[in-house]
Design a protein around this ligand. Structure first.
Ligand code: PEP
Ligand code: MN
Length: 359
């Protein structure tokens, strides 16, 4: 974690990779005020949206090209590097012309391979660093595909940004954090640096520091945070923007984790605990396999009696019982539900595969 994976990108090599700045560039004064508050404080680039993808028409859709000139002025006055979101080839051309230091592809764009390909084609032959936000839905393949399209266009300075996943079922966060998705990206593309955007995950300023800290504990390489000099009057995403002072003190207080420690006592204790975990995992798998043997016997009985594989009433009763027992054992309801759903899916798969073989 840190900046090892960004060597050669042209940014400082100390600390985590940090982007801060308003959701949208709104006026030259707002951009300059933010930039001068952030410069010299370990921020790697000033972020500001120029073209804003909004859910409903009629919302503020960004200031367009003139915002690029404000960003250039901010860089000239403060030395901060500058970056913005590109969603189509005309944006890429304008940003290359304006000499931006870094670009990112937004979540809505990543969702659409045609758009990503058009952006990749427009970037061919350049060396500019590009960060790719995860798509709106929890599809790690689509995220990887977007990064691959840019890599195939010859870009080598590529990173990812985790900004959570849109879901009408999510209550607490604006976009559910779904950490398993970026963790899977880290596993499949270990060379790609990954930032967390806690602003779009949280949707509310007061939740941001917890998610930012969680990202550090999960070995993210940096953060992109929305920072505005006057959040309540922001023209977009007002509820989730931090003032520069709040942002800088949050960064100051972050505890940065390393993947390993040289401490011998730590290593000894961890390895004893890991042996315990390995043993329990083996038992878990054996227990589940034993459960599946019973499930298959039931499958044969059902099949002979022409009874359906799915037993909705029994399934409902199992869920209620296991959630009650699991929550009594300090497991979250969500976890027990997901675990039992996976077990049930495998049980159905095994019963159905036997049934089809018997036919
Ligand atoms: C943004 O960064 O301002 C933005 C629009 O984010 P996302 O693409 O994650 O919605
Ligand atoms: Mn925003």
């Amino acid at each position: 974690m840190g900046k090892e994976k960004m060597a050669g990108w042209g940014f400082s090599d100390s600390g985590i990779f940090l982007a801060g700045g308003p959701c949208s560039a709104e006026s030259e004064e707002q951009v300059l005020t933010t930039a001068s508050a952030l410069a010299g404080n370990g921020v790697d680039f000033l972020r500001a949206g120029i073209w804003k993808p909004r859910t409903r028409p009629g919302s503020f859709e960004g200031v367009g090209l003139k915002g690029l000139a404000w960003l250039q002025t901010a860089r000239a006055e403060t030395g901060l590097k500058i970056g913005t979101e590109v969603a189509e080839p005309s944006h890429v051309e304008a940003c290359l012309e304006a000499g931006l230091d870094i670009l990112w592809v937004g979540a809505r764009t990543t969702t659409n391979p045609f758009s990503v390909q058009a952006i990749a084609d427009a970037l061919k032959g350049t060396e500019i660093p590009v960060l790719v936000k995860n798509p709106m839905n929890a599809d790690v393949g689509l995220w990887i595909g977007a990064i691959e399209r840019l890599a195939n266009a010859g870009l080598t300075k590529l990173g990812a940004i985790h900004r959570g996943v849109s879901s009408s079922l999510e209550m607490r966060y604006r976009n559910a954090p779904t950490w398993k998705m970026p963790i899977e990206l880290m596993r499949l593309m270990p060379e790609i640096p990954i930032l967390c955007d806690p602003s779009h995950i949280c949707g509310k300023a007061e939740l941001i520091s917890t998610i930012a800290q969680e990202a550090m504990d999960l070995l993210f390489d940096g953060l992109m945070v929305e920072v505005h000099p006057d959040p309540p009057h922001a023209l977009s995403d007002a509820a989730q923007q931090l003032t520069p002072a709040v942002f800088l003190s949050m960064i100051e207080e972050l505890k940065i984790s390393q993947e390993q420690s040289d401490s011998l006592p730590f290593g000894k204790q961890m390895s004893a605990l890991r042996d315990g975990v390995d043993e329990i995992d083996s038992q878990l798998l054996e227990l589940i396999s034993g459960r599946m043997k019973l499930v298959r016997k039931m499958g044969h009985l059902k099949s002979r009696q022409k009874v359906s594989t799915l037993q909705p009433h029994r399934w409902q009763a199992i869920l209620e019982d296991r959630v009650r027992k699991g929550t009594g054992l300090n497991l979250s309801e969500d976890f027990v539900l997901q675990l039992m759903q996976s077990v049930h899916e495998e049980a159905i798969r095994q019963q159905e595969s036997d049934r089809l073989n018997e036919m």
